[in-house]
Design a binder for this molecule. Sequence first.
Ligand SMILES: [Zn+2]
Length: 172
Amino acid sequence: MIIESNKVVSVNYKLTAKKDKTSEEAHIETADDSHPFVFLFGAGGLLEAFEKNLGGKKVGDGFDFYIDAANAYGLHDENHIVSIPVDAFHDDKGKFDSEHIQLGKIVPMMDNHGNRLQGLVKEITIQHVRMDFNHPLAGHELHFVGKVLEIRNATPDELSHGHVHGPGGHHH
Ligand SMILES: [Zn+2]
């Protein structure tokens, strides 16, 4: 059996990422044999380049590939760094929320359309808080190294739901 559409695939992997050619690869996450990454191949929702690199592989096959920023989480966009007036972070008593708004912290925010965003606090001044709303991995080249652990046919339920049930997947 090979990895193709409508198969449920388990892999282990180590993901590292780097911001430019000269910087070191930083560890992002690991999915090990006891907590593998389990997904329904071809169902969408994963990076296209990630699936493209795994398609056709068999159980026991290893992989080691890079995905450049444009095909991963996008390029870092200066327009996604914005200054927000400090009073947006005042509580009802007019006190600045210094507990959550700290340099280097990631703060859940909502835009004018009600979309949830994660903002990284870059700068705090008397007038404004500068936040970076780029994905934390924007501008990073990703490096995946791992092994295919299991491949099975998806059940009709999994196919109609578009996701994996059972271990590593949804329980409902
Ligand atoms: Zn389901």
